[in-house]
Design a protein around this ligand. Structure first.
Ligand code: TYM
Length: 332
């Protein structure tokens, strides 16, 4: 079985619809066909300041949401990044293989540090993508299921894998991004020219999966469309309507062409009312399942402990190999 690995930050509290449609939904599907490793990336989270109690709560909350979304600990390895110390260890080696200019070109760092002010951004934020490289290479992942915004980090991973292999001999698998075209980028409901995100979206443009379903329905109904009235998938000319059709199609499994036919001659209001209902039907059981996992922290923690054990077995082997290649003296 080919291997996949991916991660999600715990910082946000509730996952948003972009996280789910762009990434987590694929994670659930891939556990059936791949040897799958998924993690909550708490080491990445502390690249910006975190309240310790909140970080701990949000890490459990992220794991609960992943299980609620359909990850099955019998079918995949679900773990917390800080439980596997090899991530930080391999990241150091990768830091030493990365050019300063190369790291400076990472667009996510540029955006995030611009927002914080360059003087306040941490060195950890700067090397964030390199930790991600280590995450992926430790598991010899063949594919990495993510949204479009992570593509550059996967390209860096490929570059560093090939650089290490070229310098020290074949050690790491060079991974491919697994990005589904349809859901690679889910857009803000109020401003369909930007991606849906915690940091850039306004509350009305952002669908948090754990919000009150009624509030979510309201946001869908007030989504920005355009002054035209035709319901047609055309991301260039009709980004708002196309985003709604993408969301609708993905959540229901109905092809977009079929939706276009269903809504021929109908108003935007009809589409939004129906999509609001689809969304409520999706988030209501999702919230309930998440709460069930949160209500039983012992079970949740034991799932994560087993996951960490399985992950460590793989990570430790890769790290030992890398240490040897680099020329570190064995400890005994
Ligand atoms: P994070 O936590 O920001 O986001 C988790 C996943 O959600 C996807 N995503 C979106 N997809 C489509 N449309 C959107 N509007 C949207 N917003 C977010 C992201 O692309 C991502 O797949 N650096 C990563 C976490 C990470 C990781 C890794 C991923 C750490 N190590 C190793 C893969 C492999 C991140 O911050 O994701």
């Amino acid at each position: 079985r080919p291997r996949v690995l991916s991660g999600i930050q715990p910082t946000a509290g509730s996952f948003h619809l972009g996280n789910y449609l762009g990434a987590v939904r694929q994670w659930v599907a891939l556990q059936e066909t791949h040897d799958a490793f998924y993690m909550v990336v708490d080491l990445h989270a502390i690249t910006v300041p975190q309240d310790p109690a909140e970080l701990r709560a949000n890490t459990r909350l992220a794991a609960a949401q992943l299980l609620a979304a359909g990850l099955d600990p019998e079918r995949c390895t679900l773990f917390v990044q800080s439980h596997v110390p090899e991530h930080a260890q391999l990241a150091w080696i990768m830091n030493c293989l990365t050019g300063f200019g190369e790291a400076s070109r990472m667009t996510q760092f540029k955006d995030k540090s611009a927002k914080q002010g360059a003087d306040r951004a941490s060195v950890g934020l700067f090397t964030y993508p390199i930790l991600q490289v280590a995450d992926i290479l430790l598991y010899q992942a063949n594919e990495v299921p993510v949204g479009e915004d992570q593509r550059q980090h996967i390209e860096l991973t490929r570059d560093l894998a090939e650089r290490f292999n070229g310098r020290f001999g074949q050690t790491f698998t060079s991974p491919k991004p697994y990005i589904l075209k349809e859901t690679a980028k889910i857009y803000d409901l109020q401003d369909p020219s930007i991606k849906m995100s915690k940091s850039a979206s306004t509350p009305k443009g952002l669908i948090n999966l754990l919000d009150d379903p009624k509030a979510t329905a309201k946001k869908v109904k007030s989504a920005v469309t355009d002054t035209d009235t035709v319901i047609r998938f055309d991301p260039e000319a009709k980004p708002g309507v196309s985003n709604l059709l993408t969301i609708y199609s993905t959540l229901t499994g109905k092809p977009i062409a079929e939706l276009e036919t269903d809504y021929e001659g109908k108003m935007y209001g009809a589409l939004k009312t129906d999509l609001a209902e689809v969304m409520v039907e999706f988030v209501t059981p999702f919230r309930e399942r998440t709460q069930q996992y949160l209500d039983d922290p012992e079970t949740l923690d034991s799932i994560l402990a087993k996951g960490a054990e399985k992950a460590r077995a793989v990570a430790a082997e890769t790290l030992a190999h890398a240490y040897d290649r680099v020329g570190f003296l064995p400890a005994k």
